[in-house]
Design a protein around this ligand. Structure first.
Ligand code: URA
Length: 199
């Protein structure tokens, strides 16, 4: 069995070469990078956002623009450094004009995300936004509990995985707080998240 670094490198190589991706042409035309993910491969918490924005596609790093600054602030509010967690998205290439990810993009990239979850084996998966919430809850058999994010944000769900139990906490996307409002709701939900580690 290869180690985590090798398995993750393989995922990166496959995505870089993925000419059959619906977003490959757009990436090449704009000289963008795919955004694979960043952080500790043995992280207890895995954050899953939606898709890279322009800053992310220009650097290859997840959450490095305005939403990333909010995410860093939220992590700091619960005393967690970004380096201790793993941060990725469902969709690994930037969709045009920051559109919501569409179903064929999610379908194409989700198997890579599934492999990343198997590599990291997080104790907690925190979804950022409604697309990653819906994907993860369905993937882990929680479809019947899936409701609007305004109802289930900050709630904790448990699911069985191939490597043991995982806790899933849907969070609002940090972009909702870029202009100040909603940050308090996110801070409260991050407090709930911080209570889940090592439980
Ligand atoms: N929004 C996301 O969902 N992901 C990023 O990486 C950046 C912004």
């Amino acid at each position: 069995m290869e180690n985590r670094t090798e398995q993750m490198r393989k995922i990166k190589d496959e995505i870089v070469a993925a000419k059959d991706s619906p977003l490959y042409g757009y990436r090449i035309k704009n000289k963008y990078f795919p955004v694979i993910g960043e952080g500790r491969y043995s992280a207890k918490i895995m954050f899953i956002g939606e898709a890279p924005g322009r800053n992310e596609a220009e650097t290859g790093r997840p959450f490095c623009g305005a939403s990333g600054r909010i995410l860093d602030e939220l992590l700091a509010s619960i005393g967690i450094d970004r380096k201790e967690v793993y941060i990725t998205n469902i969709v690994k290439d930037r969709p045009p004009e920051n559109c919501d990810p569409n179903p064929n993009e999610i379908e194409f990239y989700a198997p890579f995300l599934d492999r990343q979850i198997e590599i990291i084996k997080p104790e907690v998966i925190a979804t950022l936004g409604r697309f990653s919430m819906a994907y993860i809850m369905k993937k882990f058999g929680l479809e019947s509990e899936l409701k609007s994010i305004s109802i289930i944000h900050g709630k904790v769900f448990s699911a069985a995985t191939s490597y043991g139990n995982v806790k899933i906490i849907p969070l609002y996307h940090p972009a909702v707080a870029v202009y100040g409002t909603n940050k308090e709701i996110l801070k409260k939900d991050f407090k709930a998240l911080s209570g889940l580690i090592g439980q």
